[in-house]
Write a protein that binds this ligand. Sequence first.
Ligand SMILES: [Zn+2]
Length: 105
Amino acid sequence: MTAVETHRANLEARLAALGIEVARLEAESSQPLEADWEEQANQIEDMEASQGLEAVRVQEANQIRAALRRMDQGTYGTCANCGADISPARLAAMPTATECINCAP
Ligand SMILES: [Zn+2]
């Protein structure tokens, strides 16, 4: 397995796990409200937390999909800004990186 193939396998597994988690969070954040208003306050707080987490997970899933697309296009591991190779250590730490260490914000 090449390094890119390893990253692809890891990212695909992560993407599948994210899909399950996002579906769960979505179910949690769209439950009918309890009758008791104090319960409702807690429930709304939980739903907001679920929605916040869901947004973070959706963003991660989008980054993974973009990385998989770059693998298909053969541009994976190339800096989107300067065109240099992104170091293998950086890709190992952050497989969805789009920029080399010099260009990263
Ligand atoms: Zn760069």
